[in-house]
Design a protein around this ligand. Structure first.
Ligand SMILES: [Cu+2]
Length: 132
């Protein structure tokens, strides 16, 4: 790839990223407004926490129980933006999620007061789960 082609590609990426960001901001305003919502349930002794990934993560802040085996269910549904590229450092997780589907991530047994955070591959979108 020559230098001109590379510059065009980078310029394109910057514009594309900008558009995604604008889309994401709108979604965030219509979202839960930073308030914690209930999005976890316990089945067969395992706590499942559900996060939607599309134009960011929703809910952005959730509360769940510490001290029990916990799995994250990350749902994508026609997710073409970079929220499909998910990094959860504490769980050693880094993957491109399917455009549509559910990805189950084992996060072990959370410790009270130690939140878990997820980040998109570009660091634009994040979510936090607080454990108590
Ligand atoms: Cu991103």
């Amino acid at each position: 790839m020559n230098k001109t082609a590379l510059s065009i590609l980078i310029a394109g990426l910057i514009v594309f990223t900008g558009l995604l960001f604008i889309g994401g901001s709108k979604k965030a305003n219509n979202g839960n407004g930073g308030q914690a919502v209930e999005n976890s349930e316990i089945r067969d002794g395992i706590q499942y926490i559900t996060i939607d990934a599309k134009g960011g993560y929703s809910p952005q802040i959730s509360n769940a129980k510490a001290g029990m085996p916990t799995k994250l269910i990350v749902k994508t549904n026609g997710t073409f933006d970079c929220s499909a590229s998910l990094v959860i450092r504490q769980a050693n997780f880094q993957k491109i999620l399917p455009q549509t589907g559910e990805t189950v991530i084992d996060i072990g047994v959370p410790i009270a007061g130690t939140p878990l955070s997820g980040l998109c591959g570009m660091g634009m979108y994040n979510f936090v789960i607080n454990f108590s």
